[in-house]
Design a protein around this ligand. Structure first.
Ligand code: FES
Length: 571
């Protein structure tokens, strides 16, 4: 096969002054000349940061990737991009997902790279890197950082989903502040991302089921030496991908997206998956809409007994056979002919996979829950849709009508939620406005509001909660999220008042505000936007261009890609 000229040779293969400049400054890092003479140059896009603790071990992973690249005859170059630590970044990491995707896209396109390895871990570091890379479309392979080992506290296994339980217990005085502190140290005790099927693990599963990683990427714990082996093998493989010119769009066809949606359903993955997959599809040019999630995941049962939909942790999934074993259980529902980055199909990759623990990986005949996946609900309260995750909800609330208790924004919620005079009972429906993409801005993970203390004291652990925001993938409850259009964009959510009746029927896909059209028209006539538009900087750009949740909350001008060509290229 005729070898195509490497993209990097447009820099390093130049004669004259330009070539001198491109090579000479690289050599100040101690690079032998032959590295620049026609070896595939592999960029290792690293989201390591001490402010992103889930990705704190990524320098080690990058070293393993480099070994693999060198072994396969490539030249590895590591570069940083903005890193988003879910726990620290304010007002919410999601505000910056699109900014990081721009950083990644332009960093890849602007530099002499032939292929890219994306090091992804904490929630937003995965979609942002894949979105950016899709807009360039070079040979690309993804490595996830891997989950933490599960925590142990007072004889019990604990993980991120327990944070919500600890919060409720502390509100009720069931645990002391000393115990609260002690639990912190016991939970996050090793490197890696959240140990449950939160958004980071959901993203790692998405990566593997899209075919963007080597098999087993999703579940090998961060602390397990096999994570480094996977990284080294990925380094070897990306060099071959460059030689074979396998680009992202060769992997990311519609079948890959359909596989990812079905697998997410079977694992009880995060609702954030919806927003991120829509945004990725928009970058690579695959038609995908909100209803696809409903249609494709309907009827898929829960096959993974992992929190928050189940009981166990990501490391347990790995010991039980890992994602390949689970995929094999549901292979009749997958496009097994979909190609993956290792040059084999998904079907070939899972052919020998075995389940070692039926308490962790179920079968289609004997699942852990009959209903899983993401259900899309619509109605006059969410004309463009909203989502709910039935596997994390209370079955008796999936069909329910109750009186709205409205919070105008998150500050209003914090101010009044524990007010003893708040008029509320266990059948009420909590409504939170102005936490959507434009309104917050950045679509915060506040949709699974902690219940009012006086409700918790009655022994009630779940109520319907509705918002235009998101929920942590580690969260749970009967929580309707991503209401679109959002309140700040003038969606009907903005018109809800205390005492209105709201009807949810997740089985029928319905979310209805039981208020007449005439009354809603009156309310709309007097509605004033409360959104504060930032006067400058990235947030200004974001608020003017971010799309609504049902479209993936990408910025309108970032859809599609610009490819890997650089238009002007001389000094
Ligand atoms: Fe980083 Fe959960 S906080 S993955």
């Amino acid at each position: 096969m005729e070898q195509k000229k490497l993209r990097s040779q447009n820099w390093f293969g130049r004669k004259g002054k330009d070539g001198f400049i491109y090579r000479a400054w690289m050599k100040n890092q101690g690079i032998p000349p032959d590295m620049l003479e026609g070896k595939p140059v592999i960029g290792i896009c690293n989201t390591w940061s001490e402010l992103t603790p889930c990705n704190g071990h990524f320098r080690e992973l990058a070293e393993a990737v480099k070994k693999g690249v060198l072994e396969a005859g490539g030249f590895p170059v590591e570069f940083p991009v903005m890193s988003l630590g879910e726990t620290l970044v304010k007002p919410t990491a999601m505000l910056y997902r699109n900014l990081v995707s721009m950083d990644v896209e332009e960093s890849i396109r602007a530099n002499p790279l032939d292929g890219v390895v994306l090091l992804c871990g904490c929630d937003k570091t995965t979609p942002s890197l894949i979105m950016g890379a899709c807009s360039v479309n070079l040979p690309t392979l993804v490595i996830s950082g891997g989950p933490m080992l599960k925590g142990h506290w007072k004889g019990k296994d604990i993980g991120t989903s327990d944070v919500w339980r600890f919060d409720a217990a502390s509100k009720l005085g069931e645990i002391t502040s000393e115990e609260f502190l002690e639990a912190e140290a016991c939970m996050a005790r090793t490197q890696g991302h959240c140990a449950v099927m939160g958004t980071a693990s959901t993203m790692a599963v998405m990566v593997e089921s899209l075919g963007l990683s080597l098999p087993n990427n999703a579940a090998i714990p961060a602390a397990d030496a096999r994570r480094k082996v996977l990284s080294q093998l990925s380094g070897r493989r990306i060099v071959e991908m460059v030689r074979q010119q396998v680009v992202l769009s060769d992997i990311l066809g519609r079948p890959a997206f359909e596989n990812a949606i079905r697998v997410n359903a079977a694992l009880g993955g995060s609702t954030n998956f919806v927003i991120h997959l829509l945004a990725i599809a928009g970058r690579i040019g695959v038609e995908l809409c909100l209803d696809d999630f409903d249609v494709l995941s309907r009827g898929i049962p829960l096959l993974a007994n992992i929190q928050p939909s189940g009981q166990h942790y990501m490391e347990d999934l790995y010991y039980a056979g890992g994602l390949p074993a689970l995929l094999r259980e549901m292979q009749t529902l997958l496009h097994t002919g979909a190609m993956t980055v290792n040059g084999r199909t998904i079907g070939q990759n899972i052919a020998q996979a075995e389940v070692y623990n039926r308490g962790i990986i179920g079968t289609l005949q004997e699942p852990f829950k009959p209903e899983s996946g993401i259900v899309v609900v619509r109605g006059n309260l969410a004309p463009d849709g909203a989502v709910i995750k039935p596997s994390a909800a209370s079955p008796h609330l999936l069909k329910h009508a109750g009186k709205a208790v409205v919070f105008e924004n998150i500050e209003d919620y914090h101010l009044r939620v524990d007010d003893p005079d708040l008029v509320i009972d266990k059948d009420s429906v909590l409504v939170l406005k102005n936490v959507g993409p434009r309104g917050y801005p950045g679509m915060a993970e506040v949709g699974n509001m902690t219940l009012p203390k006086k409700i918790l004291e009655q022994g009630v652990s779940d109520m319907i909660r509705i918002s235009d925001g998101r929920m942590s993938g580690t969260g749970f409850g009967t929580v309707v999220l991503h209401v679109s259009p959002e309140a700040a964009a003038g969606g009907p959510l903005a018109l809800v008042r205390n005492g209105d009746t709201i009807r949810l029927d997740a089985h029928q896909g319905l979310l209805q505000l039981e208020v007449s059209d005439a009354e809603l028209a009156d309310r709309r006539a007097s509605w004033q936007p409360t959104e504060k538009i930032q006067p400058r900087g990235y947030v200004y750009l974001y608020q003017h261009h971010v799309e609504q949740a049902h479209l993936g909350a990408d910025m309108d001008f970032l859809k599609g890609g610009s490819g890997s060509q650089v238009s002007r290229d001389s000094h």
